[in-house]
Design a protein. Structure first.
Length: 201
């Protein structure tokens, strides 16, 4: 039989163990509470994470057409962004699609995002980079959307550009945005500006 002293010794050991675990847990919770104000993102960091994707320019062409079409976008007071200039202070080309070359899917698309929405004129062009049969017409769908902080993405422009020959460059849109990130009424223009194959005309 066990004596009472042995039961008292086991009980006191268990009590000490529980006390140590409880104190460690309380200490951990206290450290987390003290660190919470320090890990909250600043307003500047928060805006940086929300900003990319405010203006979104997407270009799609049929999956059965394995041709290399390029998207070019020019923001106000900035150089055009495309396959040989992937980004600047205003825009970034996130996908340069070569058709079916080096592609995990047969989806043909390119997409450019802005960081914020600079006020002024934007120009969106499409360019038939790679060769194709002369009798083939490649219909290229171009969509421009706007995403403001706290709002859903909203499409503002859409068109289809037909590319018929190698090295053909055509304007999809020329438009102006105001300082509130809205499309300026009456600003959508048909005036062409070619970045690669010619000067403005």
């Amino acid at each position: 039989m066990y004596g009472l002293d042995e039961f008292d010794e086991d009980d006191s050991t268990g009590t000490v163990f529980r006390d140590v675990i409880l104190l460690a847990l309380i200490g951990f919770v206290a450290i987390v509470i003290m660190l919470l104000p320090h890990i909250k993102p600043t307003q500047e960091d928060d805006e940086d994470h929300r900003a990319p994707g405010n203006l979104i320019v997407e270009m799609h062409w049929p999956t059965e057409m394995p041709y290399d079409v390029d998207l070019w976008v020019k923001a106000p007071d900035a150089h055009p962004v495309g396959f040989w200039n992937l980004g600047n202070e205003a825009l970034n080309l996130l996908r340069d699609d070569l058709g079916h070359v080096g592609d995990a899917t047969k989806e043909n698309y390119e997409i450019t995002y802005s960081r914020g929405i600079p006020e002024g004129e934007f120009i969106v062009n499409v360019h038939m980079y790679g060769p194709k049969p002369k009798t083939v017409v490649v219909p290229v769908n171009v969509v421009v959307s706007v995403k403001k902080p706290g709002q859903e993405t909203r499409q503002i422009l859409k068109t289809v550009v037909d590319l018929k020959r190698h090295n053909q460059e055509e304007k999809a849109f020329r438009f102006k945005m105001n300082n509130d990130g809205d499309l300026v009424d009456g600003s959508v223009s048909t005036l062409a500006w070619r970045f690669l194959t010619a000067q403005p005309k």
